[in-house]
Design a protein around this ligand. Structure first.
Ligand SMILES: NC(=O)c1ccc[n+]([C@@H]2O[C@H](COP(=O)([O-])OP(=O)(O)OC[C@H]3O[C@@H](n4cnc5c(N)ncnc54)[C@H](OP(=O)(O)O)[C@@H]3O)[C@@H](O)[C@H]2O)c1
Length: 301
């Protein structure tokens, strides 16, 4: 029940009406009996700064951030977590309210600070770790956009030994590799860059342990798109993750199953990025099973 003590969490984006996050988070909040509500907020780019300031005035406890605000929101925050700073994008904001009574008239002043995190890469790594250890593994990623950046930084920071990135626009992949090398100079990891084509990808996959497709190929409504890789390019010891989650059985997942590879569905990344956000805001363990069921229901799976 919503009452005078209900606290607010939410998600900001433009558009926002298709978000699955409220279903997942509200189910988790209800399960733990927390007097919170999670709401969608449609925020246009020219209102982003006002939305953050308004959030502070309204006592909002935490926000998720989605397209197109993940990078632009950073300049409106007081502090950025190290991983989010390396990725260059924030998908989770924590609002901290500290009361002080230092003012001369004895009124308590509330000092509000904001901190940005990126939980997208965490979501992908945790989803894959359900199926295999990533330690000392070779990981191949297709795509070099926003999602690839989050996944590549978190993977490179989590104990893998080799990372290959293939992208249609090879300069974009080179720029990502250069950022990885600069920011993770102390980490011993072999990073290779190539233009995406079937020959290059086939060669990389032949000795890879994990394959993550971060391109939108196969995403609804283009479900009949030719998959980024075919069954003959994959082997049965490969773990294949398509981060597209609509539909669940993408054209790539179908090919991976034909090759008897282990598959990781895209919704798992969405689930675990949300789990991590929930835990950052509330400081307690999230009820994963309940939140997963709510997410699958919302996705119609
Ligand atoms: N599961 C989750 O939680 C989750 C989270 C975030 C994103 N996603 C999904 O991930 C996908 C990518 O998101 P994003 O934010 O990274 O997008 P983005 O920044 O636009 O990047 C898309 C990348 O895919 C490549 N690409 C697009 N179409 C291609 C094609 N036909 N052939 C080869 N490469 C192609 C692009 O290559 P160029 O650089 O050459 O253009 C680019 O590197 C979306 O479908 C999104 O819904 C899922």
């Amino acid at each position: 029940m919503i009452d005078g003590k209900t606290k607010i969490l939410g998600v900001i984006g433009d558009p926002i009406e298709h978000t699955f996050s409220p279903a997942m988070h509200n189910a988790g909040l209800k399960e733990l009996g927390l007097n919170y509500i999670y709401l969608p907020f449609h925020v246009k780019p020219d209102r982003l700064s006002l939305a953050i300031e308004g959030g502070k005035s309204l006592g909002i406890q935490g926000l998720n951030v989605t397209i197109p605000h993940k990078s632009n929101v950073m300049k409106h925050l007081d502090e950025i977590d190290q991983v989010a700073s390396m990725i260059g994008a924030v998908n989770t904001i924590q609002f901290n309210y500290n009361e002080t009574n230092e003012s001369s008239n004895q009124d308590n002043e509330i000092n509000v600070t904001t901190k940005g995190f990126n939980t997208d890469g965490y979501g992908c790594v945790r989803a894959i770790q359900e199926k295999t250890s990533i330690n000392d593994k070779k990981v191949t990623i297709t795509g070099a956009g926003g999602a690839a950046r989050a996944v590549a930084f978190q993977m490179a920071n989590s104990g893998i030994s080799e990372l290959s990135i293939l992208n249609r626009n090879v300069q974009k992949a080179e720029s990502l590799a250069s950022d990885l090398r600069t920011n993770l100079a102390s980490i011993d990891i072999d990073i290779n860059i190539q233009a995406y084509d079937l020959d290059n990808l086939g060669k990389e996959l032949s000795d890879s342990d994990i394959f993550i497709d971060t391109t939108p190929i196969g995403m609804y409504p283009n479900v009949k798109d030719k998959p980024i890789a075919s069954a003959d390019m994959m082997h049965e010891d490969l773990v294949v993750n398509d981060i597209v989650y609509t539909p669940m059985e993408t054209s790539l997942i179908k090919e991976a199953k034909k090759a008897n590879a282990e598959v990781v569905y895209g919704y798992k990344m969405l689930l675990y990025q949300g789990i991590r956000s929930f835990e950052i805001w509330l400081g307690c363990e999230a009820p994963v099973d309940v939140m997963e069921k709510a997410l699958l229901d919302a996705l119609g799976i």
